[in-house]
Design a protein around this ligand. Structure first.
Ligand code: ZN
Length: 347
């Protein structure tokens, strides 16, 4: 008995306990209360099959392909647990937190329900977290305001080169990001490359590099961007790695914000930085699939030169060779270092 009790006590902290409730509705309909809400790092997760009918949608889980499909007016949207992208119209749409199986059901976070899905499908959605102790989720516009404040270019006129760089190794802690076979995690790849980059800047240029995290832990969006808030930061690199349903997708993809104050040469600074990074990666033998302008939330609406680098695909064998090995991670760090150095020279 004592032993049973002891075992139970040991298990308690790891049990998933649903707590709280949220209200959800399509505009013009009465709100539905969903009371199976799980919290992970302050983020509410809801069962996707409970959310969709409220929004007039339906979906199904394919346990063989490990894919959840949502029927939408724009066609079928697909997502996979652990993946930070929703595939719609043949395009990968980034989402804030990957869907995850919690307590036997596939769950999506509240930003998926309140922001990403409505934005993609042009739905007006009412969402409210009823738990008074939970900070209300920032709306898209207030997050935008936060990021544009943080990512506002602070460089005074006449200052040349880079004074300091901020690097954000994505995810961390209970959020592994994308996963590859054999347990390779995006959060580990991102951190290793970030640290290699930091080491090079410190040793060779004596330049400060601020990492948003220097170990494996979870953080809020505001904590993550504290590194950028340093007035001397003149560039920001966000490091990710992705995972695709098709094993043949490979190569790095660089993202910059869609609009930015234009420099005289016609391109924004983020584009100039992305071009330098892309050339340096190519020279190091790392294939760059594309530079894309995308309204990714962490890129904000500011004008600090900012590039989100998807370093490669954990789902592709050749990419995994680079991403998963210390030598490959060093090669990525060296290439990004050279790209940043070339960008600094150009400034
Ligand atoms: Zn990521």
């Amino acid at each position: 008995m004592l032993r049973t009790l002891f075992l139970l006590l040991m298990l308690l902290p790891t049990l998933n306990v649903a707590e709280g409730a949220v209200q959800l509705a399509l505009e013009g309909t009465s709100p539905v209360t969903i009371d199976e809400v799980y919290h992970r790092d302050g983020v509410a997760y809801l069962a996707v099959d409970e959310v969709l009918p409220v929004l007039g949608l339906s979906g199904s889980w394919d346990s063989v392909k490990h894919v959840y499909s949502i029927k939408t007016p724009r066609g079928r949207a697909q997502m996979s647990p652990g993946s930070q992208f929703l595939r719609l119209d043949g395009q990968f749409q980034p989402i804030t937190n990957p869907p995850s199986f919690i307590d036997g059901r596939l769950r999506v976070d509240e930003s998926f329900v309140a922001i990403h899905l409505p934005a993609l499908l042009n739905l007006s959605v009412y969402y409210r977290n009823l738990d008074p102790s939970v900070e209300q989720m920032p709306t898209q516009s207030s997050l935008d305001r936060l990021f544009s404040f943080l990512l506002h270019k602070q460089k005074p006129a006449g200052v040349k080169g880079l004074r300091a760089v901020a690097i954000d190794p994505a995810h961390g802690g209970s959020d592994p990001g994308s996963m590859g076979p054999k347990g390779l995690k995006e959060k580990e790849v991102a951190l290793a490359v970030a640290q290699g980059l930091q080491k090079r800047f410190k040793m060779r240029l004596g330049l400060p590099v601020y990492l948003s995290r220097d170990a494996d832990y979870s953080m809020t969006a505001a904590q993550r961007f504290a590194a950028v808030n340093n007035p001397e930061v003149d560039a920001l690199i966000l490091l990710h790695a992705q995972s695709a349903l098709s094993e043949s997708s490979r190569g790095a993809v660089l993202f910059i914000r869609p609009q930015e104050r234009q420099a005289e040469d016609g391109g924004g600074d983020s584009m100039a930085l992305a071009v330098q990074l892309s050339q340096a990666l190519n020279r190091a033998g790392i294939q760059v699939a594309a530079i894309e302008r995308a309204p990714l939330l962490p890129l904000g609406k500011g004008d600090l030169p900012t590039v989100l680098v998807e370093l490669g695909y954990l789902s592709n064998e050749a990419d995994r060779e680079t991403l998963g090995q210390p030598a490959g991670q060093e090669r990525l760090a060296e290439a990004l270092y050279r790209g940043l150095k070339a960008f600094a020279k150009q400034q």
